[in-house]
Design a protein around this ligand. Structure first.
Ligand code: PLP
Length: 432
């Protein structure tokens, strides 16, 4: 009935998340409101970690890709779960540090890290800086030399997994702004260069083939390609790769149409490929990193809105307008992403209507979704949009000078604010 197993209908007929009544939450904290189930976040971290334990003898690290949802509290949760993290900016890194996260377990990504960001990474001892290009390699080596340190790096590789047979793969091909291409020899040259630099410690390789991937073929194909490359580096350069970071991109269930496989299947299939390859080729097994973002944050979250106007355009469509929209969830306007929605205060009733849920911004494209099946609703009802825990708050804006909503975590039946709602004065914080 629901896209996430932490959602249910309670005795009052209201939607509950992690057992907490969402209509009560909307009353208590106001709307729009992001609600995230901390217990579910922790559970999914452990599922990935257990799969690493079970299929790869724990010789790896699960890193939460924090661009999916970043704030101090999520880094505290990740620290307490012994997770690693990914960061992609000085801002994410700084937030993690301020939250007390041990950034020796962080990977720093990005195709154009600034000088300040590279220096910050060295200053705070980021465990793995994922170098994207030669310019960055040179710059990082120079900064490391100035500091008298050795920078631990991985190289971002485009595995070039056949995009024709796996057309869901978006970032692993030659025409991508990220990383070094394998096919052209660019990646091989980059390894040689990295090994020659005095103040770089090449720990290994990274690849990330895309996002919202619903099966394991792309991952096993990428793992195979990367293992072949590791073998080539060993035979031709006598270089032994310590770390192999296989990225994230594990798909989730946004609507009934999505059928992701259980998370632990990824490690099962990928570990089989790597273990088999290492045995057959007498290669030392690399330490594996994986980087789930969406799969940890998205299913744990929902967004609550209050219904305002309802506009029935005969024979065309019915617009139901809510008090948020593209400011708190730009994924529809960016990619026409599909979501499941329901009326939280009528959660037990059948979805007999189909409506277009519109946001309140001054853009016709500002929709939550079109033609969405939903319970009959009227002004004052609470609409819940499901699986919004990733790439919603982290992509939110203040367009139209709307205030960013609060984020509430629920855990063990209790609720607490982890990010406050912006005030009107917050909107002018930087105005002169
Ligand atoms: C975005 C990203 C991830 C996380 O992707 P999800 O689809 O959220 O799992 C992991 N690694 C890298 C390098 C990324 O850019």
């Amino acid at each position: 009935m629901f896209v996430s197993d932490n959602l249910s209908v309670n005795k009052q007929g209201n939607l509950a998340i992690g057992g907490v009544d969402t209509v009560m939450l909307a009353k208590k904290y106001g709307t729009p409101l992001y609600v995230m189930d901390e217990d579910r976040i922790r559970r999914d971290c452990r599922i990935f970690q257990k799969s690493m334990e079970k299929y790869y003898d724990g010789q790896g690290l699960v890193c939460y890709a924090s661009k999916a949802f970043s704030c101090k509290e999520i880094y505290r949760v990740m620290q307490s779960e012994n997770m690693g993290i990914d960061v992609v900016s000085g801002g994410e890194l700084y937030t993690a540090i301020k939250a007390g996260f041990d950034v020796s377990k962080a990977c720093f990504h990005g195709n154009n890290k600034t000088n300040e960001e590279l220096q910050m990474a060295l200053e705070y001892g980021v465990g793995r800086i994922v170098v994207d290009n030669i310019y960055e390699m040179e710059t990082l080596n120079r900064f490391a030399a100035e500091k008298g340190v050795s920078a631990p790096i991985l190289l971002r590789i485009k595995p070039g997994v056949d995009a024709h047979t796996h057309n869901f793969i978006r970032t692993g091909q030659i025409d991508s702004k990220f990383g070094f291409a394998l096919e052209t020899g660019e990646a091989f040259d980059a390894v040689k260069k990295a090994l020659a630099y005095e103040n770089l410690e090449l720990r290994g390789l990274h690849c990330h083939i895309g996002s919202q991937i619903l099966d394991t073929q792309g991952f096993t194909a990428a793992a195979e390609v990367m293992m072949e490359f590791i073998k080539q580096l060993k035979t031709e350069l006598d270089y032994e790769t310590q770390d192999l970071n296989l990225g994230g991109g594990f798909g989730i269930c946004y609507t009934e149409a999505d059928d992701p496989i259980p998370y632990d299947e990824y490690m099962k299939d990928v570990a089989q490929v790597i273990n088999g390859f290492c045995e057959a080729n007498q290669i030392k097994r690399p330490f594996i990193l994986i980087e789930p973002g969406r799969s940890i944050a998205a299913p744990a979250g929902i967004t609550l809105y209050t219904v305002g106007s309802k506009k029935i355009i005969p024979n065309i469509r019915t617009y139901v307008s809510v008090d948020g929209g593209m400011c708190d969830n730009p994924r529809y306007i960016l990619y026409q992403s599909a979501y499941d929605a329901l009326v939280a205060n009528k959660a037990g009733e059948p979805k007999t209507e189909r409506v277009t849920i519109a946001g309140k911004c001054c853009e016709s494209g500002d929709l939550v979704g079109e033609n969405m099946p939903i319970q009959p609703c009227e002004p004052g009802d609470i609409i819940a949009v499901c699986a919004t825990g990733a790439y919603n708050y982290s992509m939110a804006s203040n367009y139209n000078r709307l205030q960013k909503p609060a984020v509430v975590f629920v855990s063990g039946g209790t609720d607490r604010v982890v990010i406050q709602r912006e005030t009107l004065d917050d909107l002018m914080r930087n105005d002169i």
